[in-house]
Ligand binder design. Structure first.
Ligand SMILES: N[C@@H](CCC(=O)N[C@@H](CS)C(=O)NCC(=O)O)C(=O)O
Length: 243
């Protein structure tokens, strides 16, 4: 999709793509982590998804973040969908984050899809309408994390072993939700997933992962969850009131 740069309220310069973002979006974090791992300069433009600016409709056909805007000739090309953005970056900016071997690369793509399905489940969990639904989604998420554990490289520290990959970028935002949920629910999410627990710790230390959100992300995420309906939202609201 080609955009007239004059319609945008910021410049998209050659060699400095623009990541159109939302402060809490886990899919944005994937792209931000990939950009940082590649040491690629970029401008991050956060928008309010509840009040989308007019120019956003032209760059995002699905009305979703992330979008990567890339200068091309005299125009700007808008890439949407986090997996597409990550793959484009991986093909054009070193170092490669995908494994070199086709079968292993396909396996990694499959686990990026698994990360997206896990994010859907997390959304169902924090919008669960009652305690029974919350308990059911909690169990489902624990089961997902056990499946993930079994797919991890036994030696770590990353999903595929020694090399940080796009699967690592896809799961780092998943673990950020657990940081909040642990404060609201008496659940040990990774009790039966020891490799995933170690992986989560390693991701939490990674500079690219830390830089993918602002310092006030935990408070903003809690406030966002508190604005939803259901038992987890109520717990988040109570925790905010107590702090
Ligand atoms: N499949 C998309 C999912 C992106 C997505 O769901 N983004 C959310 C924010 S995290 C969004 O923009 N939702 C639209 C809205 O809230 O109006 C991707 O991987 O990029």
């Amino acid at each position: 999709m080609t955009i007239d740069p004059a319609t945008l309220p910021f410049a998209v310069e050659p060699g400095r793509p623009v990541l159109v973002s939302h402060a809490l979006c886990p899919y944005v974090q994937r792209a931000a982590i990939a950009l940082a791992e590649k040491d690629q300069a970029f401008l991050r433009v956060d928008i309010d998804l509840e009040r989308k600016p007019a120019w956003f409709a032209a760059v995002s056909p699905l009305g979703k973040t992330p979008v990567l805007l890339v200068a091309h000739d005299d125009a700007v090309v808008a890439l949407f969908e986090s997996a597409v953005i990550a793959e484009y970056l991986d093909e054009t900016v070193a170092p490669r984050l995908h494994p070199p071997e086709a079968l292993e690369r396909a396996r990694h793509r499959a686990w990026v899809e698994f990360a997206s399905a896990t994010l859907d489940l997390i959304w169902r969990l924090y919008t669960a309408p009652d305690e029974a639904a919350l308990a059911q989604h909690t169990q489902s998420l624990q089961q997902r994390l056990r499946q993930l554990d079994a797919a991890l490289d036994p030696c770590g520290p990353w999903f595929g072993g020694e090399a940080f990959s796009l699967v690592d970028a896809a799961f780092a935002p998943v673990f950020r939700y657990l940081d909040l949920f642990e404060t609201l629910l008496p659940v040990d999410w990774l009790a039966q997933a020891p490799r995933a627990a170690a992986w989560r710790r390693a991701l939490g230390q990674r500079a690219s992962v830390r830089a993918a959100v602002a310092p006030d992300y935990p408070q903003r995420l809690r406030a966002y969850v508190a604005r939803q309906r259901g038992p987890l939202a109520e717990r988040a609201g109570a925790a905010m009131a107590a702090s």
